[in-house]
Design a protein around this ligand. Structure first.
Ligand SMILES: [Zn+2]
Length: 275
């Protein structure tokens, strides 16, 4: 699946902007554990996922309101269907809702037609509940996903890790109209905090992660690239971790030239300047 970054020229961000910062939250609920575990998730795993709905998302929304920031929430269609009030509350806060599959599928296991059907179903579900059709997606990519997203009129995708600024995706040497908003594990939360029985890896402390987040941000700001935080309310939404994220955001806000934007706002801007 040759998907290559087109060009390495720095992006001329809007006047006065040195570095856009996107806070994105994947609201996987219990589907997170279907992805991470090789066994059937236990009631305890599932309960961690439900923390998303009961505590994580409301706490994240309250923090975003305090900070005056609009964020992007990637939600699987089936989760929006099961918890419509959560999806509606996010949308009512002025945040973007983007596609995250229907059942958090591994697209590599779907045929091209099955994948199209999944994309249509996820979009229709989000639109029915929130009134807005998703323009971006974050998916476990398969061989046909980029072509399908492009055919179905999506503007951006946000999963790949081969650059630290947005670019137009090429498939088999042909440029597509789709913009990649790349991610990295440094700006993730699962890298440091994901834990359950049978998935034993040590937590880092919020203070340690704060150092990583700040250092990575400082470097992206210096290089005039961009920051795409890829977070999960059930993980980052634990109280001491969200305190840390809020400190980090206030630190970033103190620097001139930082633009807090949704993924869609960044993609729409990039569409006007990328070759
Ligand atoms: Zn996810």
């Amino acid at each position: 699946m040759p998907i290559l970054s087109e060009g390495v020229a720095p992006i001329p961000w809007p006047r006065g902007v040195k570095c856009p910062v996107v806070l994105s939250f994947d609201v996987d609920a219990d589907l997170l554990w279907n992805v991470w575990l090789t066994k059937e998730p236990s009631p305890i795993d599932v309960s961690q996922g439900i923390y998303d709905i009961k505590v994580g998302v409301p706490r994240v929304l309250a923090m975003l309101k305090r900070l005056g920031i609009k964020a992007t929430f990637f939600i699987p269609g089936s989760i929006a269907e099961r918890y419509p009030d959560t999806a509606k509350e996010i949308a009512a806060g002025g945040h973007e809702i983007a596609h995250h599959g229907y059942l958090h599928e591994d697209c590599g296991k779907l045929t091209r037609e099955e994948e199209r059907e999944m994309l249509r179903r996820g979009s229709a579900t989000i639109k029915r509940i929130t009134g807005e059709e998703p323009r971006g997606a974050r998916l476990t990519l398969g061989r046909t996903t980029i072509a399908n997203l492009s055919d179905l009129g999506f503007l951006y995708e946000s999963t790949l890790m081969d650059d630290d600024q947005p670019y137009h995706i090429s498939v088999n040497g042909k440029p597509s109209r789709l913009i990649e908003l790349p991610v990295c594990f440094a700006f993730n939360d699962t890298s440091y905090f994901a834990y359950t029985f049978g998935l034993g890896k040590p937590f880092l402390t919020p203070r340690e992660v704060e150092t990583v987040y700040r250092d990575e941000f400082d470097a992206m700001l210096r290089e005039k690239k961009y920051c795409m935080y890829m977070l999960h309310p059930q993980i980052i939404g634990r109280a001491s971790r969200l305190d840390m994220l809020e400190r980090t955001v206030r630190y970033m806000k103190s620097k001139p030239g930082v633009w807090f934007a949704t993924a869609l706002q960044v993609a729409e801007f990039c569409q006007t300047v990328l070759p």
